[in-house]
Design a protein around this ligand. Structure first.
Ligand code: UGA
Length: 441
């Protein structure tokens, strides 16, 4: 089938790669011409495992190309995916200007019987608004252009894998014709065992927000337990292990730590809350989830101050800057929020990340970055593990102790064995467990 993709960000590019990989003809476009130039010459705009190779293979096989104009993606397409950003407005409401513009540009060139698929995360009701908007522009297309909801469930760092082996594919549509087009499009995936769930459009739109908000809720539940465990001496990881052994609860997304970040959960929670409020429902639980998430940063600052007292003349090293491992994305990264808080308290902050140092400095130019974990830790009074990259499990505490100004380690993701750190003379602050101090302290 012929597929157009508007927007080549994290969602759009994976959409391009995965549909080309299963044999569809894909045209990707972006309002930012420099992104198209870069993609054409083989440069990836972000770090995402496997995507560069997949894009190259698609282009070499002649199944994927990148064009400047939306018209090139819309012309003769069976389905055009809208994958543009939906950033929050000051009120928290999702800004849907780019979504509307993309759809209007698409219908300016639409072939008859076109399906426009929303992949961007949008509030329930958006497809109706889009349909009204495009039909106002092209009344002649009534009955032949249809908007469907087809939300993505991709995790950054695993996005291509998630796209190629989806746990579920969700399609919300209003007509059998539109469902049929989407079934044909996803046939290579469903033939491989993927479950296709078909709903009405508003259900699909709402389900996407419901999933992200629930995952954020699980994380905040674990973080609230962590605060309690830190006060009682219980062990949060053991508590969540017990919880996770119950198949009704499940173990995933119960890792307490510095909290969730990234471009999806924080933004989607606020947008979902805004939608609920606009519909007259007070979804206070969502605001509580966000409040508990903010507390995870507060709790970490408290630990650092407990260990170091005044921060004015102190140096703090942050290990990991990306919002999670496996990506160079630092949008709403807990590490960067922590850096800001520590600087406001007078500390000098130096960070290290195996992939995200460049994007971190672009976002926060005042951040000092080091080329390795040890260089970041040199002369630091405290190290805080912010993102659980694998390499941090191998940290040499002997070496760390020698180069640091004082031996304080805050484990913001509970990946370090306390005994190992303490054996090397470290004051060790985990998450959701009591701190440990060396015998002689
Ligand atoms: C999330 C969802 O997991 C995807 O299903 C969804 O498609 C995507 O948002 C989206 O809406 O586009 P992503 O933002 O890539 O994906 O990241 P996650 O792996 O969900 O992690 C989000 C944050 O939660 C990270 O900061 C991570 O460190 C944190 N987290 C995750 C925890 O603090 N504890 C956990 O137990 C799990």
């Amino acid at each position: 089938m012929r597929v157009g993709v508007i927007g080549t960000g994290h969602v759009g590019l994976i959409t391009c790669a995965s549909f080309a990989a299963v044999g569809h003809d894909v045209v990707g476009t972006d309002a930012d011409r420099s992104k198209i130039d870069a993609l054409r010459s083989g440069d990836m705009p972000f770090h995402e495992p496997g995507v560069a190779d997949s894009i190259r293979e698609g282009m070499e096989a002649g199944r994927l190309r990148f064009e400047y104009e939306t018209a090139d993606a819309a012309r003769d397409a069976d389905v055009v995916f809208v994958c543009v950003g939906t950033p929050p407005r000051a009120t928290g409401e999702a800004n849907l200007v780019a979504v509307e513009q993309a759809a209007r540009e698409v219908v300016a060139q639409a072939s008859p019987a076109l399906v426009i698929a929303e992949k961007s995360t949008v509030p329930a009701g958006t497809a109706d608004r889009l349909t009204r908007s495009v039909l106002l522009q092209r009344p002649d297309l009534a009955g032949s252009v249809e908007v469907v909801s087809n939300p993505e469930f991709l995790r950054e760092g695993h996005a291509l894998h998630d796209a190629m082996h989806p746990e579920r594919i969700l399609v919300g549509a209003a007509s059998e014709r539109a469902f049929e087009v989407m079934r044909r499009l996803y046939e290579p995936f469903t033939a491989d065992g993927a479950r296709l769930i078909e709903t009405d459009i508003r259900t699909a739109e709402l389900a996407k927000h419901a999933c992200n908000a629930f995952l954020a809720l699980k994380i905040s539940y674990a973080n609230a337990l962590a605060r309690l465990c830190e006060r009682t001496g219980a062990d949060v990881d053991a508590v969540t292990e017990v919880m996770g052994a119950d198949s009704r609860i499940g173990p995933a997304f119960l890792n307490a730590g510095l909290g969730y970040g990234g471009y999806c959960f924080p933004k989607d929670l606020v947008a979902f809350d805004h939608l609920a409020t606009s519909l007259g429902y007070d979804f206070a639980m969502l605001r509580e989830v966000a409040r508990i998430n903010d507390q995870a940063i507060d709790a970490t600052v408290d630990k650092i101050r407990d260990a170091l007292w005044n921060l004015d003349d102190k140096r703090v090293a942050l290990l990991g800057l990306a919002f999670k491992p496996g990506t160079d994305d630092v949008r709403i990264a807990p590490a960067l929020m922590l850096a800001e808080r520590l600087r406001a308290l007078g500390a000098t902050v130096v960070g290290y990340d195996p992939h995200a140092a460049e994007s971190a400095v672009r976002t926060q130019p005042e951040l000092e970055v080091a080329p390795s974990a040890y260089e970041a830790a040199r002369d630091a009074h405290c190290v805080v593990l912010c993102t659980e990259w694998d390499e941090f499990q191998e940290l040499d505490f002997d070496k760390l102790g020698e180069i640091m100004a004082s031996r304080v380690f805050v484990d913001g993701r509970n990946v370090i064995d306390a005994e190992r750190a303490v054996a090397h003379g470290f004051h060790f602050y985990p998450t959701g467990r009591l701190p440990s101090t060396p015998d002689r302290a």
